[in-house]
Ligand binder design. Structure first.
Ligand code: SF4
Length: 206
C-alpha cells in the first residue's frame, strides 16, 4: 500500500478538537471501509438525536454498564456495519460521533499498528494504518509525537493505572486515544510521570 505523509502537528490539533466535540476528523479514506467492516460496536450517546433518528431501533441495543439512553449499533454476520452500503456509509451526514472521530491514523501516531493487527478482525485497519507516515513539521511537533509514542508504550506497560481505579485496561483503540490525551505528561523527552499523575490525567479526561 502506498505511503501517505501526514504532518503530525496539524493532525494532532484536528484529532484533539474532534475528541473534544469540536468538528470531525478528516481522514482521506478514499474507497477504504476497513473500520466499518471490522466487527466493531458503535457507541451512540443519548444526545445524538440526528443519528438516533435514522438508525432503526432494531439495530440498537442498550450499552452495557452505561446509563440508560446509551446504545450500541452492532454489525452483521460478516462484521460489517449494517448501515454500510455499496457506495459507503448510508447515513454519513448524520453518522454517530464515534464514527466522526474515528481515525486510523492514531495507530500510526502511537506506534500501535502492529499491536492492532493481532486483534481479531482488525488486520485491514492495521494495514491501512501502516500506510500513514507521520512527519514532524518542526521541533515542537517532533517532541509532541515522541510524547504520544512514549505515552502509548507507558499505558501498555502499566495496566495498574487502570486496574487500581477499577477500570479494565483499554483495547488497542482505547489505548491509542488515551495516549494522545495524556501525552502532555510525557514531554519533554526525559519526563517520567508517576503512576499517580497518569491516573489523575486519565480521571480528568473521563
Ligand atoms: S480504516 Fe482508516 S482509512 Fe479506512 S475507512 Fe477507517 S478511518 Fe478511513
Amino acid at each position: 500500500m502506498r505511503e501517505t505523509a501526514v504532518p503530525f502537528g496539524a493532525w494532532s490539533a484536528e484529532f484533539r478538537a474532534a475528541l473534544a466535540g469540536d468538528g470531525a476528523t478528516d481522514v482521506p479514506c478514499g474507497t477504504c471501509t476497513a473500520c466499518c467492516s471490522a466487527s466493531q460496536f458503535v457507541h451512540i450517546e443519548p444526545d445524538e438525536l440526528d443519528a438516533l433518528a435514522v438508525i432503526p431501533a432494531a439495530l440498537r441495543f442498550p450499552a452495557p454498564g452505561l446509563p440508560a439512553g446509551n446504545v450500541l449499533l452492532g454489525y452483521d454476520e460478516h462484521g460489517r456495519c449494517p448501515l454500510l452500503g455499496a457506495q459507503g456509509c448510508t447515513i454519513y451526514d448524520v453518522r454517530p460521533r464515534a464514527c466522526r472521530t474515528y481515525d486510523c491514523r492514531v495507530f500510526a501516531a502511537t506506534g500501535l499498528s502492529g499491536r492492532l493487527a493481532a486483534e481479531a478482525d482488525k488486520a485491514a485497519i492495521a494495514e491501512r494504518a501502516g500506510s500513514w507516515r507521520f512527519v514532524a513539521e518542526d521541533e515542537r511537533a517532533e517532541r509532541a509525537l515522541d510524547a504520544v509514542r512514549r505515552a502509548a508504550a507507558y499505558l501498555g506497560e502499566h495496566p495498574e493505572v487502570f486496574t487500581d481505579v477499577g477500570r479494565v485496561p483499554p483495547s488497542t483503540t482505547g489505548r491509542a486515544v488515551l495516549a494522545v490525551e495524556v501525552s502532555e505528561l510525557f514531554r519533554p523527552h526525559d519526563a517520567s510521570p508517576s503512576p499517580d499523575e497518569v491516573r489523575a490525567a486519565l480521571r480528568a479526561r473521563s
